[in-house]
Design a protein around this ligand. Structure first.
Ligand code: GLU
Length: 325
C-alpha cells in the first residue's frame, strides 16, 4: 500500500464546514496539477468526521465548486463518516500493541499546564495519564470518558525523530516528543482524531502524494509515525503557502466575500480564480486568466518552492481577481 514508485495518486480532502474559500481552492489546484502533470490521478474524500462538519448539502456544494473550477477527480467521493470500521480496526491494532493509553485530561487542564505548544497550537502533552494504574483508569472512567493517546518515543530515542523532504519546503526534521508528545488518536466524545483517520484513509485509498496548506506541515511527523506503526508507507508531502489578509491573519471560512458562493454570484470566472492563484506562485503570468488544464504542462514544484511565502490577499489581488476576462 502507498508504494513509493507507483503512479501518483493524489487527493482532495476537504472538510465540509462551509463553502470553499480561496485557500481551499489553491490547495486543491496544486494537488490537482501535481497529480495530473505526472500523469497521475486524484481521489476525493469528504472529511466529515466531526459530527458538526457533517452536511450533505455542503459536501455537494464543495463538489459542484470543484467541478465548476475544472478540478476533476477520478475516484470518490468517500465520506469519512462512513468509514468508522476502518478507524476502529486501526485503533484496536495500536491498543493490542500496547501503544495507546486512556487520557482523562481536559483541554483546559492541558493548556493550563503551561507546557510548550506544538506548531498547530496544541500543548505538548506533559505525560499526565501515561502511567495510570488499571484501578485508577476504572475509577476515573466513572467520572468522565477518556480520550485515547498514542505513546511517542522519548526525545533521545531515534525512532521518534521523523525526517522527510517536502516538495515545496524541502528537508524537514521533527522530534515527536518535542513537537507534540503523546498525541490524540481518539477524542473523549468517541470521535476519531484527524491524525489517525487521515493516515488510515490515505493508506487504504492508495494515496501516495498529499498536497495541502502549510498549516499542516507540522502534522507530517505524527502521520508518518502512525503510518509506520500500522505497517504502511507514508505518502510524499507537498505543502503550499496559505492565503492571508494584509495583516497576516489567515483567510478563513469567515471571509464570506471570498468564498466561492460569493465569487460565483459576482460573476467571477473560474479562469480568473485559477489564473490569479497560479500567478501568485509563479505558475502563470499575472493578469492572465487560465484554466487548470492549461497549466498542467508548465507545472513544477520547483516554481512553488521559489515562492514559499504566504499569499497576501490585498487590494491588488482582489482587483486582479475581479477583472473581467
Ligand atoms: N480536511 C482538512 C482540511 O480541509 C485537510 C486534511 C489534509 O489534507 O490532510 O483542512
Amino acid at each position: 500500500m502507498g508504494e513509493k514508485n507507483a503512479r501518483v495518486r493524489g487527493r482532495f480532502a476537504p472538510t465540509p464546514s462551509g463553502r470553499m474559500h480561496l485557500g481551499n481552492v489553491f490547495s486543491a489546484l496544486i494537488a490537482w496539477l501535481s497529480a495530473r502533470s505526472a500523469g497521475g490521478e486524484v481521489m476525493l474524500r469528504i472529511e466529515d468526521l466531526d459530527p458538526r462538519a457533517r452536511s450533505h448539502e455542503r459536501a455537494d456544494a464543495l463538489m459542484a465548486d470543484l467541478e465548476w473550477l475544472g478540478l476533476t477527480w477520478d475516484d470518490g467521493p468517500y465520506y469519512q463518516s462512513e468509514r468508522g470500521a476502518f478507524y476502529a480496526e486501526a485503533l484496536a491494532r495500536l491498543a493490542a500493541a500496547g501503544l495507546t493509553f486512556p487520557c482523562f485530561c481536559t483541554r483546559a487542564e492541558l493548556h493550563a499546564a503551561s507546557a510548550p505548544h506544538a506548531s498547530d497550537g496544541t500543548p505538548v502533552y506533559p505525560g499526565t495519564c501515561r502511567r495510570l494504574s488499571a484501578d485508577e483508569v476504572r475509577r476515573r472512567s466513572q467520572v468522565r470518558p477518556p480520550a485515547t493517546r498514542l505513546r511517542v518515543p522519548d526525545a533521545a530515542d531515534p525512532a521518534g525523530t521523523i525526517e522527510f523532504c517536502d516538495l515545496a519546503y524541502g528537508p524537514q526534521r521533527e522530534v515527536l516528543a518535542d513537537e507534540c508528545g503523546d498525541f490524540l488518536v481518539r477524542r473523549s466524545d468517541g470521535v476519531v482524531a484527524y491524525q489517525l483517520a487521515v493516515v488510515v484513509d490515505d493508506a487504504l485509498m492508495g494515496v501516495n502524494q498529499v498536497v495541502r496548506g502549510r498549516d499542516l506541515l507540522g502534522s507530517c511527523a505524527r502521520q508518518t509515525y502512525l503510518a509506520g506503526l500500522l505497517g504502511w508507507y507514508a505518502p510524499t508531502y507537498g505543502h503550499v503557502p496559505l492565503l492571508v489578509a494584509p495583516d497576516g491573519r489567515r483567510l478563513s471560512k469567515r471571509e464570506k466575500d471570498l468564498d466561492l458562493g460569493s465569487l460565483r454570484e459576482r460573476g467571477v470566472a473560474p479562469e480568473r480564480i485559477i489564473g490569479t492563484l497560479a500567478a501568485a506562485v509563479g505558475l502563470a503570468e499575472p493578469g492572465d486568466g487560465a484554466s487548470a488544464t492549461e497549466l498542467i504542462g508548465s507545472f513544477a514544484w520547483e516554481t512553488i518552492a521559489t515562492h514559499p511565502q504566504d499569499i497576501v490577499v490585498d487590494e491588488d489581488f482582489l482587483a486582479g481577481l475581479c477583472k473581467k476576462l
